[in-house]
Design a protein. Structure first.
Length: 339
């Protein structure tokens, strides 16, 4: 039995923040983000729950078939317990369901697929509800105009099931980590190293007049760009080698959506200009671990799933971490799919 993606959907909060009110048009054109959906009082758990409900409704999935819930988020509703446990209860699922939070960001969708694959192909689960949820804007200062215009909030829901087929639908996984650069995208205060009650909040303004505190997201944009352009072309080569494929064999590439400029440059540097390549975040921004799932949904709505048999997925960012794989998405919506 192999793990197969059967359904993907997304949920974006209704409040929209317009980048024209934050940055000039030149910068907005460069990053390719005109507006973003942002939370008001919603939590990561709230968004994930709504994505799950949307998935069950759109694809007419019996929620009670769920064996395991995976939730990828860096902003759980509480330090403890894990948010996936709350979602089990709120969805009204059976108590025999397993649940697990994955504390990853931009690479989290591919890592989550790998965990789901392991659970299914080892026989520990048959049907997995894989959720991602990001509420980064809760942790980005409104006066940080180098970072806030890039990020939006949102959640995705993916249904994976065990199928009896001759070959795997998820394969050629490649992973990477460079923990020496952990501080290039970070919220310094809030964990056990600098507990909130013991660490005063300190605000600072950088040379570009971006204003933030040590309780908010700090991103070294140049370092992240260099990291991406250094590591991800090699990731592309390594995934193709593991899959015994060439670039000409690929039906599509759906990568983590950092910003338009970076993705355009990365596509060229990775020699993917002749491969259909998703690069669209104009009305969503970077929703972190959900960007790959959202990209899959957008590609399917525009092109259908039938011919997406060899799709390269890749995620990269906070950690610093990265991951890629080959996915057969042609089975998405094979049961009662409605758009």
């Amino acid at each position: 039995m192999f793990a197969k993606i059967r359904a993907v959907t997304s949920y974006l909060p209704p409040t929209i923040e317009d980048n024209e009110k934050i940055v000039d048009k030149r910068f907005m054109k460069k990053i390719g983000v005109k507006s973003r959906h942002v939370v008001t009082n919603e939590t990561a758990g709230d968004l994930a729950l709504k994505a799950a409900e949307k998935l069950f409704a759109e694809y007419e999935i019996d929620r009670h078939a769920t064996d395991f819930i995976l939730l990828c988020t860096q902003h759980p509703d509480y330090q403890m317990p894990h948010t996936a446990a709350q979602i089990q209860n709120l969805l009204g699922l059976k108590k025999s369901v397993g649940s697990l939070d994955i504390g990853l960001g931009c690479s989290g969708y591919v890592y989550g697929l790998a965990v789901a694959k392991g659970l299914i192909e080892s026989g520990l689960a048959k049907n997995i509800l894989f959720l991602t949820s990001s509420v980064y804007t809760k942790y980005i200062n409104v006066k940080d105009t180098s970072t806030r215009p890039l990020f939006g909030d949102g959640a995705t829901a993916t249904w994976l099931e065990a199928v009896d087929e001759d070959s795997p639908s998820l394969s050629a996984f490649v992973f990477g980590t460079d923990g020496s650069r952990y501080d290039k995208l970070i919220i310094p205060v809030g964990g056990s190293k600098f507990p909130p009650r013991e660490t005063p909040e300190v605000f600072a303004e950088d040379e570009n007049h971006n204003y933030r505190s040590n309780y908010e997201v700090f991103m070294d944009g140049m370092a992240i760009t260099y990291f991406t352009l250094r590591e991800i072309p090699k990731l592309v080569d390594d995934v193709l080698t593991a899959a015994n494929l060439t670039r000409a064999d690929l039906d599509y590439c759906v990568f983590h959506q950092a910003n338009k400029f970076m993705m355009t440059y990365l596509r060229d540097k990775a020699n993917l200009n002749d491969v259909p390549f998703h690069n669209e975040i104009s009305e969503t921004g970077n929703i972190v671990s959900g960007s790959v799932g959202l990209g899959i949904e957008q590609v399917i709505k525009n092109h259908g799933a039938e011919n997406l048999k060899r799709v390269m997925l890749a995620g990269f960012g906070v950690g610093l971490s990265w991951a890629g794989c080959i996915a057969d998405l042609s089975g998405i919506g094979a049961f009662s799919f409605k758009l």
